[in-house]
Design a protein around this ligand. Structure first.
Ligand code: FE2
Ligand code: FE2
Length: 213
């Protein structure tokens, strides 16, 4: 359960701040302690330089960043409308543009290679479980995405949807906690252990191609 900052009267936006684990340009500054601070972007993918695992972990940092931002947005009914709108648009953009690419990385580039290379053990099932969990996450996102779009267009709609946004975005954080743990601790180590260097290079190339403008 996320809690609001104790003294939200004197620092109304403090509880809306988010620090990306990857930091981007660094921690959020005191000066940026406005709701717009949640717009701060996590570190952008350095896919040209990173190997596949590093790039995937970077995606996970951004998933955690924007999921947490979605929870803060649901609590932002007293914040400035423009900032609410910008935050809703940022969350909407991330989950409609970037996340589908990451899922494609895992469903199309990774899972088939694991299925082909990893001996049939319980561990190998982790990859199939990963693909299955994407469906549950997407079903929840299907409910959230139109609400983010609506609030992005008209921030005055936030109070109407705040309760559902809160419930569903907290559920999203929970689902991703389980999901990203499965991938970080089981699926990615399987890749490292069982996939060839050629496979890993091919995965990275496919990820790069997927994001080519
Ligand atoms: Fe992932
Ligand atoms: Fe995933």
């Amino acid at each position: 359960m996320l809690r609001r900052a104790k003294d939200s009267r004197t620092a109304p936006a403090e509880n809306l701040r988010l620090k990306s684990r990857t930091g981007g340009s660094g921690a959020v500054t005191i000066e940026s302690m406005k709701f717009s601070a949640i717009q701060i972007q996590p570190k952008k993918s350095g896919l040209e330089e990173e190997n596949a695992i590093e790039a995937l972990i970077g995606c996970h940092d951004r998933i955690r960043h924007f999921s947490a931002m979605a929870v803060r947005l649901a609590d932002a009914t007293n914040e400035d409308g423009n900032q609410v709108s910008e935050a809703a648009k940022a969350v909407h953009r991330y989950f409609t543009v970037a996340l589908p690419l990451h899922e494609a990385d895992e469903n199309i580039s990774i899972d088939p290679r694991i299925q082909a290379s990893v001996p049939a053990t319980a561990l190998a099932d982790a990859s199939a479980e990963m693909v299955q969990q994407h469906k549950e996450i997407n079903a929840l996102l299907k409910a959230l995405i139109p609400l983010w779009e609506e609030v992005g267009t008209d921030p005055n709609r936030l109070p109407t949807h705040a309760s559902q946004l809160k419930t569903d975005s907290e559920r999203l954080v929970q689902l991703f906690d389980v999901h990203l743990t499965l991938e970080d601790q089981t699926v990615f180590p399987l890749m490292v252990k069982h996939l060839s260097a050629e496979d890993m290079d091919a995965i990275r190339t496919e990820m790069r191609e997927r994001r080519r403008p």
